[in-house]
Ligand binder design. Structure first.
Ligand code: NAP
Length: 259
């Protein structure tokens, strides 16, 4: 089984922080060059002062390049994919950029709904489209979409987020059907609670009393690390995952299937 990603070029949206950063570094460690496409180059983690490109340069033999990109604008995502040409062209697209917040369903405004859908669902849709066009013109490739356990099950207080991530799941399956015959595999990863700024700041779960209680529903009895998700992404991008297509890979410490 080979997890090597030599000769691959990945584009990772939201690659400056959290899960996207871990995926970028893990991919580089396996031999891929990486385009980090994000709103800003700095990490959201206040303890991490290096950029993702700097970590890749210091800890791996590969190269990473930052491209400023708002995934809600398809032109910017297309430009990020084009930037991969400098490394030989995209072979793996990771649609990871996302935003998360709670809400009261009856209070959600059209603008609030649209903002979240524009990043999580539209961003993934057009990120996949830009990459698929390049991959079909090239030698094929893989697309990995970051959904969530919230894309598998509904959750009170998170209707827009669940709708966006459920959309990402079925988008993934549809693209697997459409692009598989053209040499492009498309899969989704569904993380549970992963320790990033999203779950410590945006929606504080980790480090709260409610979070401690919630963890009792996680059979592994720990929160996920961004590296746990990165390992799953490496597998899906590599030859080891060559016959895995149109799949949802849940990385949640066992939570979803046991509660
Ligand atoms: P994170 O730490 O907040 O990192 C997300 C990154 O995406 C940030 O660097 C952020 O940029 C960037 N981003 C936000 N909006 C963007 C946009 N419009 N265009 C380009 N980049 C944008 O979050 P994370 O926890 O790593 O989450 C990564 C993905 O995993 C998301 O899709 C999330 O929904 C999914 N996920 C996370 C968890 C979890 O528990 N953490 C669970 C399930 C699914 P800024 O730094 O500039 O804001």
């Amino acid at each position: 089984m080979s997890l090597a990603l030599e000769d691959q070029t990945a584009v990772v949206t939201g690659g400056s922080s959290g899960i996207g950063r871990a995926i970028s570094v893990a991919f580089a460690a396996e031999g891929a060059d990486v385009v980090v496409a994000d709103l800003q180059e700095e990490s959201r983690d206040p303890d991490e002062h290096r950029t993702t490109a700097a970590v890749v340069a210091e800890e791996t033999d590969q190269s990473a390049r930052f491209v400023k990109c708002d995934v809600s604008d398809p032109d910017q995502t297309r430009a990020a994919v084009e930037a991969a040409e400098a490394f030989g062209g995209v072979t793996c697209m990771v649609n990871n950029a996302g935003i998360f917040h709670g809400e009261e369903f009856t209070e959600v405004t059209e603008d609030q709904f649209q903002t979240l859908i524009d990043v999580n669902l539209k961003g993934t849709f057009f990120g996949a489209q830009a990459a698929a066009s390049a991959m079909i013109d090239g030698d094929g490739g893989t697309i990995i979409n970051l959904s969530s356990v919230a894309g598998l099950r509904g959750s009170a207080g998170y209707a827009t987020y669940c709708a966006s991530k459920g959309g990402v799941r079925l988008l993934t399956y549809s693209l697997a059907a459409e692009l598989g015959p053209q040499g492009v595999r498309v899969n989704a990863i569904h993380p549970g609670i992963i320790d990033t700024a999203m779950t410590t700041e945006d929606v504080p779960i980790i480090g709260t009393d409610a979070g401690d209680e919630y963890m009792q529903a996680v059979p592994s009895r720990r929160w996920g690390d961004p590296g746990d998700v990165a390992d799953a992404a490496v597998y899906l991008a590599s030859d080891a995952g060559d016959y895995v297509n149109g799949e949802s890979l849940t990385v949640d410490g066992g939570m979803t299937n046991t509660t």
